[in-house]
Design a protein around this ligand. Structure first.
Ligand code: DQA
Length: 156
């Protein structure tokens, strides 16, 4: 099986996980979630590269950079930019790297302004509402879909 490289992107305020509104986002820190992703990645044959920024332009730059880094897929929790950022949508479409949109909370059971995502229709899949487990489900799903794609393209 081909080994994969997956970039995990976290948007604004996710650096505060652990202390930020634990009723919505749980008690795990971003460092703990990253550790779990790396451990699951090891088991699945996936290299995990993680990046968090509070700045839209930095996230756009990181997505553009991914195009020249042999990144096979992206898992992104765009946080508040989910609901506002045409720039992130355009960057993901421009690189054409398959991506999964992730949310810790179920955005559809919260305020109405969180129901709309500017990225979701372009995503391979969306996972929301499972806390930190949303990221692990996204990793399993994306790894499987990329492995299947590579098998159907190369027969390996
Ligand atoms: C979030 C949901 C967003 O609406 C919010 O702005 C976030 C986190 C989530 O993971 O549940 O910052 O993306």
């Amino acid at each position: 099986m081909k080994s994969l490289r997956i970039l995990v992107l976290h948007g604004p305020n996710l650096n505060m996980l652990g202390s930020r509104e634990p009723g919505h986002y749980g008690k795990q820190t971003l460092a703990e979630i990253t550790e779990q992703l790396i451990a699951l990645g090891d088991a699945l044959g996936v290299e995990i590269i993680s990046f968090q920024s509070n700045h839209e332009g930095e996230l756009v730059d990181r997505i553009q950079q991914a195009a020249s880094e042999h990144i096979d897929g992206i898992i992104i929790n765009p946080a508040a930019y989910t609901h506002t950022s045409i720039a992130l949508r355009d960057a993901l479409l421009a690189t054409a790297i398959p991506f999964i949109e992730v949310h810790l909370s179920n955005i559809h059971s919260r305020e109405e302004f969180r129901h709309r995502s500017l990225l979701a229709d372009a995503a391979t899949g969306v996972v929301a509402g499972f806390g930190a487990t949303s990221y692990m489900l996204a990793l399993r799903g994306l790894a499987e879909s990329l492995q299947q794609k590579s098998k159907s393209e190369t027969g390996v």
